[in-house]
Structures are given as structure tokens and as C-alpha cells.
Write a protein that binds this ligand. Structure first.
Ligand code: GAR
Length: 198
């Protein structure tokens, strides 16, 4: 039986598309959820006949109500894993409690450097010569959970935020698909900060 995964997106959804296009996936994408009704990732899911849901923070009375609605919507799909693929909001305690050590995030920097929403811009502004991407388990912090994999991308003198982000995303898509495949086949163990896929 393939593992059931739910994917969270806020934007264009090219990481989602890579998950959908992977050959011989060990998973089935059972639902795609966004905090934004205009996220193009939702269209990508609909093209494949995958159920979609929008849980907009602005439609909830406060952040904890939004968190509860998000948890409820995800639980309805009974996913084994939840994958944040360009989801630009911090998950709350209801969602984290519903899927302990079962939520994965992809981030466009070599964590713990440059967490947050502007990782590529921040890396360029700092002047680092290498950056990259990280896939990690989600905990209550901002991009602080145990790291599953990382890939390095060199920064070129003429890079701007867009060109660098595009090169990072090439590595990121391959890394995310490979990591989700391995997680769905083998699971993972967590010992403090060390996450291992056997
Ligand atoms: C990806 O680079 C992902 O790492 C980033 O958004 C992009 C989404 O691309 N996420 C974050 O910055 C989260 N802090 P996509 O919509 O084309 O998959």
C-alpha cells in the first residue's frame, strides 16, 4: 500500500508538481491544502483530480482557530505524512500534535542559516558564497526541526534573488522527492536533533 501524503502549498507549487510527477512513487497524494485560494499549486492538484482545500487565516477568528481548522482538514484525509512544499505559514500546536514527527518542510537555505520567509534574499544580502536547501521535520520553531537532508548550491557573482532561487529549486525538488520516497518506504527515527531514515 502506498503511504498517504497531504501537501501544503502557498504558491506556484513546483515542488508539489515534482512529487506528483515522480516515477514509481511510494506514496499517494491524498489532498493538497493551501492558506491561499490563488495558490497555483491548487490548480496543479486539481489537474490530477486530487482533493484540495483552502484554509485562509483571514477567514478564522484568530490563529488558534485557524490552526484547529487546518488540523481538522488534514486529519480528514488520514495522511501518514504531511509535506510543507512552499507553505509560508508557521504551523500551530493542533497540527503539530495531530502529526508528531510526521510533518516535513522544504526550505531554500542551508539551515540553521537563514530561516524564515526570505531565505534566498537573506543569503544574498549576507554575502555567503554557498547556500542550498534543507528538508527537515517540523517542530514548534521557525525552521528548527531535525534535518533530514541538505544540498549545496554555489552563489554566482551575477545572481539575483530570482536566479539563485531557481537554481536552488532544481536541487530542492529532487531532494524533496527522494526524501519523501525514503520516508514513505522506511519511516524515520528521531534521537534529539538527529533524524535518521534507516
Ligand atoms: C521553495 O523554494 C520552498 O523552499 C520555499 O518556497 C518555495 C516554493 O516553491 N519555502 C519557504 O521559503 C518556506 N520558508 P514552489 O511553490 O515552486 O514549490
Amino acid at each position: 500500500m502506498p503511504a498517504r501524503i497531504a501537501v501544503l502549498v502557498s504558491g506556484s507549487g513546483t515542488n508539489l508538481q515534482a512529487l506528483l510527477d515522480a516515477p514509481d512513487p511510494a506514496y499517494e497524494v491524498v489532498g493538497v491544502l493551501s492558506d491561499r485560494a490563488d495558490a497555483h499549486g491548487l490548480v496543479r492538484a486539481q489537474h490530477r483530480g486530487i482533493p484540495v482545500e483552502v484554509v485562509d487565516l483571514g477567514d478564522s477568528t484568530d490563529r488558534s482557530a485557524w490552526d484547529a481548522r487546518l488540523a481538522e482538514a488534514l486529519q480528514a484525509w488520514e495522511p501518514d505524512w504531511v509535506v510543507c512544499a512552499g507553505f509560508m505559514r508557521i504551523l500551530g500546536p493542533c497540527v503539530l500534535a495531530a502529526f508528531p514527527s510526521r510533518i516535513v518542510n522544504t526550505h531554500p537555505a542551508l539551515l540553521p542559516a537563514f530561516p524564515g520567509a526570505h531565505a534566498v534574499r537573506d543569503a544574498l544580502a549576507y554575502g555567503v558564497r554557498v547556500t542550498g536547501c534543507t528538508v527537515h521535520l517540523v517542530d514548534a520553531g521557525v525552521d528548527t526541526g531535525p534535518i533530514l537532508d541538505q544540498r549545496v548550491v554555489c552563489i554566482r557573482d551575477d545572481d539575483d534573488e530570482e536566479s539563485l532561487h531557481e537554481r536552488i529549486k532544481v536541487e530542492e525538488r529532487a531532494m524533496l522527492v527522494e526524501t519523501v520516497q525514503r520516508l514513505c518506504q522506511h519511516g524515520c527515527t528521531v534521537d534529539g536533533r538527529k533524524a535518521t531514515i534507516p
